[in-house]
Design a protein around this ligand. Sequence first.
Ligand code: CA
Ligand code: CA
Ligand code: CA
Ligand code: CA
Length: 139
Amino acid sequence: MSTSTGTDVNVVVIKIKNFGGVAETDVPYMVSDGCTIDSNGDGDALDCGSVVYSAACTGNAAALSGDGDLDPGEVVSVIGCTVTYGPNAVADTGDSVTHVLTIVHCGADGTIPPCTGNDGGTDSNPSNNTATKNTKVLP
Ligand SMILES: [Ca+2]
Ligand SMILES: [Ca+2]
Ligand SMILES: [Ca+2]
Ligand SMILES: [Ca+2]
């Protein structure tokens, strides 16, 4: 078993689906982290040590489709996104990292950057544009 007192590399599984009815050509995604949960109970949420995502954890989901767009109902998988913990001192472990996946809808409600264009549409359901997962950093 790997531990974060060494260098602990983990695959981050990300699947992105278009739940809407319009093919999207510009679908930026990114992953960010926060040390948010005091899992070791010492009164602070500071003990997550080093948390580093690989470059593939940021990109454009449309480009992951064979034809360059994310069609209605289409699902694409991100390949090569990893998160590396450590090497950490034991004292810098024990709390939990909250990983946040953010998908940007590049329409009238999008932002440039990370969007490269504005297709004029609006995301009818912004509630599914983020996903979170908590991971405890083991010593
Ligand atoms: Ca703590
Ligand atoms: Ca602490
Ligand atoms: Ca497609
Ligand atoms: Ca949405």
